[in-house]
Design a protein around this ligand. Sequence first.
Ligand SMILES: [Fe+2]
Ligand SMILES: [Fe+2]
Length: 399
Amino acid sequence: MRIGIYGGSFNPPHLGHMAAARAAIAALELDRLVFVPAGDPPHKELAPGSPSPEKRLEMTALAADQLLLPKVTEVWDVEVERQGKSFTSDTLAEAAERWPGDELWLLVGTDMFLTLHTWHEPERILKLAGVCAFARSLSDDRAELEAQKIRLERDFGAKVELIAIPGLVEISSTQLRVGLSQGEHSAALDPAVYGFILREKLYGTEADLTRLNIDDLRRVSWSMVKAKRLAHIRGTEETAAALARRWGADEDVMRRAAILHDCTKYWTLKEHLALCDRYHEPLDELERSAEKLLHSKSGAVMAKYVFGQEDAVVEAIRYHTTARAGMSLEEKLLYLADYIEPNRAFPEVEELRKLAFEDLDGAVAMGAWLSIQEMEERNRIVHRNTVEAYTYYTRGKRA
Ligand SMILES: [Fe+2]
Ligand SMILES: [Fe+2]
């Protein structure tokens, strides 16, 4: 295996880091890229007000996930866990132990590359790993980089690769942090990473989560789920908006319901139960044992108490998995949007898509019927709300 080791403060991880990671994976044909956020040793100067190493790890994991290469990328906490000062040579030695026999590449930016020979134990570093330097901006001096490459090869027998990342503007983490503290949204951050910063109130952002505008609500919600789910959430939002226009619901309400509907999808059973119990969300026995049912309940609790959403949004989220008898317009629309959004694929989906724009109650009945069939095929217990929805929305339609 060929493994890239990418260290840094990641304070915060930004689009420049992500572009460099992508470029290194492609140029070196890496099988694995390991982000190694620096720890917080007592003598090292991180900018004042910097998030804890644990928060930087979480942000880096979010940025890594957004590369959508889950089999390639990972975040390694080796430097955060290490006591005292962290040296790259020690990290590479640990990497060599963890991946014996594999080929290691250290990824560094221009500044780091040009001073590499002055680091702690450069000969040990260059024995353990090849070095891949990426030129982050067009202003980087090509001749200087080439000269350093020759020097490292000559003095240390190093393996060196230089890669350019064309069109990438230099991003200063310092400027980024100042901007964030002044309430500016930075286009240099992945939306999910920015959402995490807002949610955790990092870098002096003091967002009131109960009064987020729709763009920030989207970013915060995206920061709570895996990147691979975003296509579904986006699809649900656009479908919910289209259904709102068709059936005369408030488009903004439907967008917010869709944005938040799966925000707790990746929680553990314990996390769902803890939140629902804390806010006295009633749960029946079946719900208490099934994450799939619980994420609607915990999602509704989050929408209401953490994100300050109105009842129409909250109730739509609460019933988006099971449906129920006597649904509000918003509940029906979210239930169907989730069912028919463009990423869904099942034999009856085209028929259901058509029906959702022609006969709303008929579509809800069909959705409930399909769910009942599916659960029975899988030998699962069908929630009574779904059975009741089916009965309710087929009233008078069956001979
Ligand atoms: Fe869901
Ligand atoms: Fe969903």
